[in-house]
Design a protein around this ligand. Structure first.
Ligand code: KIV
Length: 282
């Protein structure tokens, strides 16, 4: 293992040193490897894989088996980044014992360094129990996609004073429960700043403005690989979908026009062997 492996301690120190943390999602080996080569701090094997890889409408159907399978693949590509395994819906909601067992499975069978789960005050005891079992936990508050239907859809959270105060309370409760970091999703930018100031652990935003301690984006959104919608908080850095469609289209044309495979893509056979083969066939 390289000496540049990012640890939970490095993540915590980044906030103390005022260094912004960079986090992206990955769901397989090539994307894990590319995120590693781009030099990000943290790679999240997010349950967003349900939407951007499996074509589901949300994250609710994602299972422990899906998460373990994809986490194992990402881990093989990630030498340096801290790898976060996302705990799927109902893997930690049914009780503390289930939560510890499933967090342990994600780490032991998936190979991730830490786990993430959604929820604030209500899930603080669960977080605390997982941390006490020796598994570092990243919290996730604000818009929590697994319970988006209860929140009225994939919408900005913390709109009024009470809702905003609840999110600050969630962050404090998670910090007291022992999280090493918190993901804050889809809140007004000024609330993002207040949450980051309210806790000592790094707050990594996704649609939470720039005054937080780092940023995370779903890679497939950022590089234009997901076709269904682009959330307001996403900046598209590339349009890989178009490049891929163009490449497959060119391949199709080449096959149909017998331009592929060309001589350089074909295996040769000595003329003698071919001659003998043809003779022997008769
Ligand atoms: O699953 C995921 O990709 C996430 C990010 C939105 C933070 O939880």
């Amino acid at each position: 293992m390289s000496g540049n492996k990012v640890t939970v301690l490095d993540v915590q120190q980044a906030k103390e040193n005022g260094r912004k943390l960079v986090m992206v999602t990955a769901y397989d080996y090539p994307f894990g490897l590319m995120a590693d080569q781009a030099g990000v701090d943290i790679v999240l094997v997010g349950d967003s894989l349900g939407m951007v890889v499996m074509g589901l409408d949300g994250t609710v159907e994602v299972t422990m088996e899906h998460m373990i399978h994809h986490t194992r693949a990402v881990v093989r590509g990630c030498q340096n980044p801290l790898v976060v395994g996302d705990m799927p819906f109902m893997s930690y909601n049914t009780g503390i014992r289930d939560a510890i067992i499933n967090a342990g499975r994600l780490m032991k069978e998936g190979g991730c360094d830490v786990v993430k789960l959604e929820g604030g005050v209500d899930f603080a005891p669960t977080v605390n129990a997982i941390v006490k079992a020796g598994i570092p936990v990243q919290g996730h508050i604000g818009l929590t996609p697994q319970t988006a239907s209860a929140l009225g859809g994939f919408k900005m959270q913390g709109k009024d004073v009470a809702a905003a105060k609840k999110i600050i309370d969630d962050a404090r409760a998670l910090e007291n429960a022992g999280v090493f970091s918190i993901i804050l999703e889809a809140v007004p930018a000024p609330l993002g700043k207040l949450v980051a100031e309210a806790v000592k652990v790094p707050v990594i935003g996704i649609g939470a403005g720039s005054d937080v301690d780092g940023q995370v984006l779903v890679t497939h959104d950022m590089i234009g690989l997901f076709d269904k919608f682009i959330p307001k908080f996403v900046k598209q850095y590339a349009n890989i979908r178009e490049t891929i469609i163009e490449a497959i289209g060119e391949y199709k044309k080449d096959v149909q026009e017998i331009k592929f495979p060309a001589a350089e893509h074909s295996f040769k056979m000595p003329a003698e062997t071919l001659e003998q083969l043809i003779k022997n066939q008769k």
